[in-house]
Write a protein of this length. Structure first.
Lengths: 362, 160
């Protein structure tokens, strides 16, 4: 098995070849699917646990607290203990709930998250699907998640859940526009919707530098709208604790609640990963045009580390404003989208089109 | 034109205020040694409780086991939830004069709301708020305390 930390193409190919020499193509496909599925499950579970811990620690630091400190050194085992607790909890279904939809909703939410994660390239050769319409697939599939949230709110037979789900619906449907439009802005620059093509286009310079002003505006619009899409603070009014107890997942307990919780953190990862891929060059190392020496030093760091470094940086940005800004009211949220982000975005597309048309980018 | 100018100005002002907020939290984040929370059981030895903290009602005694309580019962009257009971005794001094004195200043910590009214009402300043806060006990009868120490007597010169 040829393992190369810089390029996983040979590694995945050697697995494929090794299996193909022994088994029939159908069996190879089945085994590969299983391996990929397990890899994603493992990644999501571990990264989810890490993210919950990181969020709590970062939040604590922003509020001049210490965060979890008791379970394990520096509270490192806290999320594992929480996870075990959630696994052991009873699964409660409320009386008069729509049982089928109630049980279905968490799975829709988490399956959508898994679907989107499958198109994100982690490193060279480390991607499951590489569609021609990768970006379109991401925006299309991620908007299905709202159905799970609406189902959860509707089927719980609880007024808080319903209000939370409806708020979430209004919010996600509106902000979907901004996410899509800011990605379109970058597609104009990239000239392709294929995610591998977008990453490849950033070999010389990341798009956020290449597209200068419009790209920076698009980046911030994307991060704001992406935060709203994942129902994270300051746009977390779908689960505003002080008003709606926990919003759409009020009635869920145990592992079903954990699914919602995990999906929320995967969505955080997805938004950060998409921002990384489209704006910050994905797994591409930091390259600046003609500085050969600098570029070669940067090439020494493997793409996997570059990817996760950038993802964590974007996540830190999102956590930063989550724990800084107060929650928006529902009318303020819709105002922000329809009166500010959308016009800015439309203008920004024109600007980007002009920049690309007249070759004003770097 | 004016409307567009105002619109852009509004956006820039909004961004500026958001950045101001983020600067504050960034300052907090990058100075983690300035945490306001403390690791309580570990720092018990070095723990410093603020003077104005209301932990419990105590009656300070001097080195001769003397206090300032005259047994007037004003604290008992002022207590809104009856946490204080005053039991007095009558002392006879050398001149044969009868004088009221405190026998037991009973304080029910379990009923106290730490409102500070008894301390404000005390005419001689005999009771004050102490800073001890670790009041957990296994038996609630232990929460009933006698504030004046056994064998203590009133300080010289404390007038009723």
């Amino acid at each position: 098995m040829a393992f190369n930390i810089y390029d996983f193409t040979t590694f995945t190919k050697s697995i494929h070849d090794g299996l193909s020499s022994q088994l029939s193509p159908t069996a190879v496909l089945a085994i590969e699917w299983t391996i990929v599925g397990l890899a994603y499950l493992l990644f999501v579970a571990l990264f989810g646990l890490f993210l919950v811990y990181a969020e709590r620690k970062v939040c604590a630091a922003f509020q001049q607290r210490l965060g979890p400190m008791r379970v394990g050194p520096w509270g490192l085992l806290q999320t594992i203990a929480d996870f075990i607790k959630l696994l052991m909890k009873e699964l409660i279904t409320p009386k008069n709930a729509d049982k089928f939809l109630y049980n279905l909703a968490p799975f829709i939410v988490i399956i959508v998250s898994f679907l989107v994660i499958s198109v994100i390239p982690f490193a060279p050769g480390l991607v499951t699907f590489d569609f021609d319409i990768g970006i379109f697939f991401v925006t299309a599939v991620s908007s299905v998640g709202v159905i799970g949230i609406l189902l959860a709110g509707w089927s719980s037979n609880n007024k808080y859940s319903l209000i939370g789900a409806m708020r979430s619906g209004a919010q996600i449907v509106s902000y979907e526009l901004s996410v899509g439009l800011s990605l379109i802005t970058m597609i104009i620059l990239a000239g392709t919707m294929q995610i591998s093509g977008i990453v490849e286009g950033q070999r010389d310079l990341w798009f956020i530098f290449k597209g200068h002003v419009p790209a920076v505006i698009a980046f911030f619009v994307f991060v704001i709208a992406g935060t709203a899409e994942t129902n994270r603070g300051p746009f977390d009014l779908a689960e505003a604790e002080s008003e709606l107890t926990a919003g759409f997942h009020t009635e869920y307990s145990g592992i079903k609640f954990a699914f919602f919780f995990l999906a929320e953190y995967i969505n955080l990862f997805i938004v950060a990963a998409m921002a990384t891929t489209v704006f910050l060059g994905g797994w591409m190392p930091l390259h600046f045009g003609d500085f050969e020496g600098f570029n070669q030093i940067m090439d020494l760091i493997p793409g996997l580390f570059w990817f996760f470094f950038k993802v964590l940086a974007v996540m830190f940005l999102m956590m930063w404003f989550k724990w800084t800004f107060p929650r928006l009211r529902v009318d303020q949220i819709l105002n922000l989208e329809w009166k500010y982000l959308l016009p800015i975005n439309l203008f920004n597309i024109l600007l980007m089109a002009a920049v690309v048309l007249f070759g004003l980018h770097f | 034109m004016k409307a567009i100018y105002n619109y852009i100005k509004e956006i820039l002002q909004g961004i500026w205020t958001l950045l101001t907020g983020m600067r504050v939290t960034a300052k907090y984040f990058f100075t983690p040694w300035k945490h306001v929370t403390q690791q309580y059981p570990e720092n018990r030895d070095t723990l410093k409780i603020a003077d104005r903290f209301r932990g419990e009602v105590i009656m300070p005694h001097n080195e001769n086991n003397e206090h300032k309580c005259t047994g007037c019962g004003i604290c008992e009257i002022n207590c809104p939830n009856g946490s204080i009971e005053i039991i007095t005794k009558t002392l006879v001094n050398e001149e044969g004069k009868k004088k009221r004195a405190i026998d037991q200043h009973i304080y029910h910590l379990g009923m106290c709301t730490f409102c500070n009214l008894c301390i404000k009402a005390c005419p001689t300043g005999a009771i004050v708020m102490g800073q001890r806060f670790e009041h957990a006990v296994w038996d609630r009868t232990l929460l009933t305390k006698v504030l004046n120490q056994p064998g203590s007597k009133i300080m010289e010169g404390v007038k009723e």
